[in-house]
Design a protein around this ligand. Sequence first.
Ligand SMILES: Cc1cc2nc3c(=O)[nH]c(=O)nc-3n(C[C@H](O)[C@H](O)[C@H](O)COP(=O)(O)O)c2cc1C
Length: 259
Amino acid sequence: MDPETQITLLEAMLDGSRTAALFTDPSQEDHPIIYANHTFEKLTGYTLEETIGHNCRFLQGEETDPKDVKKMRDAIAQESAVTVTLKNYKKDGTPFWNRVHIEPVRAGGRLFFIGTQTDVTVEVNQRKRLEEKEREIERLSLPVLEIDDGIAAISLNGEMSVERYRRLTVKLSEYVQAHHSHSVIIDISGLYWDEDTPVFDLLHIQDVLRLMGCRLLVTGITPKAARDIAAEVATGSSLTAFTSFKQAVETAKSAGAFP
Ligand SMILES: Cc1cc2nc3c(=O)[nH]c(=O)nc-3n(C[C@H](O)[C@H](O)[C@H](O)COP(=O)(O)O)c2cc1C
């Protein structure tokens, strides 16, 4: 096959591709686009005349995250491949989530970059909705119970991630503020952990509650948990722990309002 036919066929393949694709030339001033396929035109609404000779950053706008732009800038400077999903804008101003893949290519002893763009707006929005749902489920799955006047209780189950502890802290603070609780009992009998004991997270919650004039009592501590926790608490702070829930409630009742 002669080179010209080969080039025509390759161009037809790129134009027929469902993926937007372009080449850039880093040896030219401001690293412009030197080729873009028709799918890029269709995706962005910019014609080839408006595209060729310009740096791809014209797709960026107000809500484009500078951290994503930096990722691309650093990868390009290091001549390495990168994939980033960032907010871009079409010619008519419509925002879309663009999964950009950038890769260096060497041809004729020169360096070029190939870029592919995929509109992943539907995927990103679906993921966001799913995350919102998960947060909602999480919110409902951490129910705080009013045990007695001023005494709230919550039972933790399964494995707690940093994010779950963060949400728990927010939830407890909101609850304590709304209900003027003087004591919060956290039952950890349903909690499991491998290496990282929950002690530091509980101490953190204790600090937050203390600032709000509320004490923390921890129950459901098994002998193993007590050993793990004792091994970790070498520092000054300590948790007020009880083996039985009843004991904790009685202590909270007799202690009353936080001093
Ligand atoms: C091949 C290639 C494709 C690119 N495609 C996009 C793109 O689709 N959207 C975008 O926002 N930036 C894209 N960029 C990144 C920008 O052109 C630019 O490198 C980035 O904004 C960082 O540089 P700056 O800080 O000078 O703007 C692409 C870069 C290259 C090399």
